[in-house]
Write a protein that binds this ligand. Structure first.
Ligand code: BTN
Length: 251
């Protein structure tokens, strides 16, 4: 985003998905830096076509990106967003964030945030725009998280150093931290933070690719956000958006 981009924030009480809503605005000509956030989503979307639990109690936000060079690297944008979200949360909360490759933020071994970066193409295949969606659980939902996710999801509840206007402060902190990285994305120094906060590196993992399970050890993450995984045949570079990584000890 250039220096003269204005942050334009649109607040909705409810929508199906802020990513979907912002894509419509983008097609109608909205500018880079437009941010949509909602208090709840009725059809929040996650990676690989999954749904993302988004009822009351969260920050569900999407940022419109129009990269000048027409290049959209979802892995790098997602990694930059993960670093930005971690720094933003830690600036406002007494909590330490860890990052699970490629798009999840964890606190106390439970997921507190998911990130979904999506590109939209022109018919000729060139990039039209991209939408960066971020969902952060701020409070536990009334009655708690649903059974399917109650053991793996958490919220920032009670951790705020400044409870007043917490959601708006968090949104602004995420945006500002992300902007710093996005303006100079070729400088990959932020990947050092990403690697330091990774709780995947050094762990036995398995990844599911094209429906098949592969066992390996995660040895590193490179500056392009690709996971390096070692098995008996050597080191493989995992960069596909179609890969799910699970850590064996979670089983
Ligand atoms: C994941 O965990 O797989 C990614 C979840 C991304 C959720 C955010 S919430 C705001 C934005 N709108 C959506 O529909 N999804 C993203």
């Amino acid at each position: 985003m250039g220096d003269n981009v204005e942050k334009r924030i649109i607040h909705l009480s409810s929508t199906d998905s802020t990513n979907a809503y912002l894509k419509d605005l983008a097609r109608a000509g909205a500018k880079e830096g437009t941010v949509v956030f909602a208090d709840r989503q009725t059809a929040g979307r996650g990676r690989l076509g999954r749904s993302f639990y988004s009822l009351d109690g969260g920050l569900y936000m999407s940022i419109l990106l129009r990269p000048e060079n027409g290049v959209f690297d979802a892995l790098v944008i997602t990694a930059a967003a993960a670093v930005a979200v971690s720094r933003a949360i830690e600036s406002l909360c007494d909590k330490k964030c860890l990052i699970k490759w490629v798009n999840d933020i964890y606190i106390d071994r439970k997921k507190v945030c998911g990130i979904l970066a999506e590109g939209a193409l022109f018919p000729d295949g060139k990039l039209d725009f991209a939408v960066l969606g971020i969902g952060i659980n701020i409070n536990d939902p009334k009655g708690g998280f649903p059974d399917e996710i109650k053991d793996i999801a958490t919220s920032l509840f009670g951790c705020g150093k400044t409870p007043e206007n917490f959601k708006e402060n968090l949104l602004n902190a995420v945006f500002d931290e992300f902007l710093k990285l996005y303006e100079n994305l070729s400088d990959r120094a932020f990947m050092n933070f990403y690697r330091e906060r990774s709780f995947v590196i050094g762990k036995d993992i398995y990844y599911i690719k094209n429906g098949e399970k592969h066992f390996a050890t995660a040895v590193d993450i490179d500056d392009s956000g690709r996971l390096l995984a070692e098995d008996e045949n050597g080191i493989k570079t995992i960069d596909s958006g179609e890969v799910t990584v699970r850590i064996n000890e979670d089983e």
